[in-house]
Design a protein around this ligand. Structure first.
Ligand code: NDP
Ligand code: 2IT
Length: 479
């Protein structure tokens, strides 16, 4: 241990204790923000033990919102933040299905209906073996703030299953989706709760889920988004999350008189979000040098061109293969790094697009040392709190997922509008609306998160997202 470690810790404790003062009624009043967050989190942890991801997401929001409540006592009195942390409803159900070989399988299905203050519950479904209550509650919690930021009338929800679509035949996936929807259909509806895709749930799964809902209810409604264009889907919805994350990056850069053109970009993941983030970076003149999957990452120093990206799209969306096969195909231009994440490759911009907590403190330090200037979260909570602290300390432009990846759910909201009108907008119309929404979200983050010339986008997104939901909750009474 370093000889100075102990006295330093004691000095911090003393400073913290001094900040605790007696209020006029004699009760201990806390002025130290860290202490207050800790006190708030004690209750959240006690109520939601064994849910580390949910606790992590709540703590990150509490750090920004608790100090804001001091200046906005009406929200504090009505205990809005405490209420937002408690899901309105949690559904958990059995999903029985049968494999092609006739083996009986049982998975667990979930839907977290988190908050409906500003619109019907809205958020994706995730099919992945790591899915549990904690993961889905964190995602549903984030979704409440994200959906609020889009300016559209969307409440927050999330769902999914520990079902693993990898290695399953189309018929097995179809039978699973039909069984999952047989139960879920009792709880959702176009004005109640509107699911969409997330990890492991793409166009194929949404099609099977929609087919089963329609069959059970005898209704053709916009109960799901991310549908195929032929049966009510919106143009640009597949592209929206990745494009939106890059539009947001452009906004951050343009505020400083820069652009994506000529920048080197490191992307993780190779699924829906990663593919379209890579496509948009290329269109705007940047160079994407990495993509990854859960097996490892590829490094292509010449950049991933549209032709190479087509290979990746076919590999991941049709063949459902591994990213390693890209390196085998382009073996003279590209390396494969087994079991690793791409954060040690020098870049100007990093866009993590795979999963939560995929970028830790050491990765963040490496990115900073390599002169990375912008980090935009395409995934939900991909950077750990320690990594985010490093970015803030070094004044990196860091866009949290609830702002940067909101383009996906925003175009889902536009899909709902088109379904209600029974009409479909052109690509150009939807893309323009997506761009405008990302610009507005950026503006909101700057409004609430800027101090001394630096924008803390996480703080800005949390407060801006909170205010709209809080106002709606106040207006609707203690429900
Ligand atoms: P996909 O299923 O299309 O792709 C997921 C990608 O991430 C794959 O490359 C996958 O690798 C990789 N991945 C998944 N889990 C892990 C893991 N535990 N460790 C390492 N790699 C992993 O999902 P999406 O692209 O839709 O979602 C990616 C992220 O973006 C998620 O955080 C999601 O919540 C978020 N998001 C998605 C939106 C959407 O509209 N789809 C909207 C907003 C956010 P492999 O193929 O090996 O599994
Ligand atoms: O995390 C997300 O915002 C999504 N998976 C998309 C949700 C949606 O309803 O489109």
């Amino acid at each position: 241990m370093h000889p100075f470690s102990k006295p330093q810790i004691m000095a911090t404790k003393t400073a913290e204790t001094k900040m605790t003062v007696k209020g006029s009624n004699g009760a201990a009043k806390m002025n130290n923000p860290k202490e207050r967050v800790e006190k708030f989190m004690e209750k959240v942890r006690a109520k939601n033990s064994h849910e580390p991801e949910f606790q992590q997401a709540v703590e990150e929001v509490a750090e920004s919102v608790l100090p804001f409540l001091d200046k906005n006592v009406k929200y504090k009195k009505a205990r809005i933040l405490e209420r937002i942390c408690e899901p309105e409803r949690v559904l958990m159900f059995r999903v029985p299905w049968v494999t092609d070989k006739g083996e009986y399988q049982i998975n667990r299905g979930f839907r977290i209906e988190m908050n409906s203050a500003i619109g019907p519950y809205k958020g994706g479904l995730r099919f992945h073996p790591s899915v549990n209550l904690s993961v889905l509650k964190f995602l549903a919690f984030e979704q409440v703030f994200k959906n609020s930021l889009t300016t559209l009338p969307l409440g927050g929800g999330k769902g999914g299953s520990d079902f693993n679509p990898k290695g399953k035949s189309d018929n097995e996936v179809m039978r699973f989706c039909q069984s999952f929807m047989t139960e879920l259909s009792r709880h959702i509806g176009p004005d109640t709760d509107v699911p969409a895709g997330d990890i492991g749930v793409g166009g194929r799964e949404i099609g099977y889920l929609f087919g089963q809902y329609k069959r059970l209810k005898n209704e053709f409604t916009g109960v799901l988004t991310g549908k195929g264009f032929e049966y009510g889907g919106s143009l640009i919805r597949p592209e929206a999350t990745g494009y939106g994350a890059v539009y947001f990056t452009e906004e951050m850069l343009s505020l400083r008189g820069q652009s994506i053109e000529g920048k080197t970009v490191v992307i993780s993941g190779s699924g829906n979000v990663a593919q379209y983030a890579a496509e948009k970076v290329y269109q705007l003149g940047g160079k994407v040098v990495t993509m990854s999957d859960s097996g490892g990452y590829i490094h292509d120093p010449n950049g991933i061109t549209p032709r190479k990206l087509d290979f990746i799209k076919k590999l991941k969306n049709v063949k459902r293969g591994r990213i390693k096969e890209f390196a085998t195909n382009y073996k003279f231009q590209c390396d494969y790094h087994d079991g690793k994440t791409p954060w040690d490759i020098p870049c100007d911009i990093a866009i993590p697009c795979a999963t939560q907590n995929e970028l830790g403190e050491e990765d963040a330090k490496t990115l900073v040392n390599n002169n990375c200037k912008v980090v935009s979260e395409g995934a939900n909570m991909p950077c750990t709190p320690e990594a985010v602290e490093v970015f803030h300390k070094h004044k990196i432009f860091f866009a949290p997922g609830k702002a940067a990846n909101a383009g996906g759910v925003a175009v889902s909201g536009l899909e709902m509008s088109q379904n209600s009108m029974r009409y479909q907008w052109t690509r150009e119309e939807v893309d323009k609306k997506l761009r405008d929404i990302m610009t507005n979200i950026h503006r909101s983050c700057v409004k609430y998160g800027s101090e001394n010339g630096y924008t803390n986008y996480a703080k800005g997104a949390n407060i801006a997202g909170f205010v709209k939901v809080a106002e709606a909750m106040l207006a609707q009474g203690h429900v």
